[in-house]
Design a protein. Structure first.
Length: 256
């Protein structure tokens, strides 16, 4: 079985839609996906992901099922009660005298890399960020969604792997978001999501491919063959969007 985790096109976050650039990216992605034998399509409920998927669905005459847990990983951290977290999330804006909540995983490296719990499979669940946010609750929602979906294809979670009585060669495509993709991979691989959120960058319309391995009868694990692949953009003579990255040098004009 293969799972294709596809990030939405270049986003206009204020409108929750695609930019003009994002529409071009989605069209190029659709040409690529027309060559794939996809069993089922799934999509985040958010507009930018649904708009991206629509190019492929119309191209192939297909429909997609909406999965709420595929939305951009929505956990938010409240930094008001912690000076350490206020340093970890610099430049946080205030509203009515209090810091606004931040995306839980959008912290500076000088904070999280000094905290060993963020590197371990379960230790991050007891971290300061987890205590000051709904991180664990949201992650459990994603994990349960992944397991429910895979069970429909005959793969049932057991310890750190999946059990199957009859594997298959289906391909499913999930149109979603960077944060959600990392959470899904974290659950499949039993690793801290912070390692993926902080160390990977997946450009808009990039394709991440994981497939099953059944080296022991009935015991299934997942391995990645592509992470953030954007070959369809290069085929269309398009440079990838900078979205998902931070400034290459501190003096740069890109986001910090």
């Amino acid at each position: 079985m293969r799972i294709l985790l596809i990030r939405h096109g270049d986003p206009d976050y204020e409108r929750d839609a695609l930019t003009e650039r994002g529409k071009v990216e989605a069209a190029l992605l659709a040409e690529r996906m027309a060559k794939e034998d996809v069993t089922d399509f799934y999509v985040s409920p958010l507009g930018r992901a649904r708009e991206t998927a629509e190019y492929t669905l119309k191209r192939n005459g297909r429909m997609a099922s909406v999965l709420d847990w595929l939305q951009e990983f929505p956990a938010r951290v409240d930094i008001n009660g912690s000076e350490a977290l206020q340093r970890a999330y610099p430049d946080t804006e205030k509203e009515d005298g209090r810091f606004r909540k931040r995306i839980a995983w959008d912290m500076v490296p000088s904070y999280w890399q000094k905290q060993p719990e963020y590197f371990t499979g379960d230790g991050w669940k007891d971290s300061e960020v987890a205590r000051c946010s709904d991180l664990n609750k949201v992650y459990e929602m994603v994990s349960a969604g992944v397991d429910e979906l895979l069970a429909q294809y005959g793969y049932h979670r057991e310890a750190g792997w999946y059990r199957t009585h009859q594997g298959n060669r289906d391909t499913i495509a999930l149109y979603c978001h960077f944060g959600a993709t990392c959470a899904v991979l974290s659950h499949l691989w039993n690793v801290s999501p912070f390692l993926l959120w902080q160390n990977l960058a997946m450009a808009p319309t990039s394709v991440t491919e994981v497939f099953t391995e059944e080296r022991e009868k009935g015991i299934v694990t997942f391995r990645a063959s592509k992470i953030g692949d954007i070959s369809h953009l290069y085929a269309g003579n398009r440079e990838p969007s900078f979205s998902a990255r931070f400034c290459e040098t501190f003096e740069g004009e890109e986001r910090h």
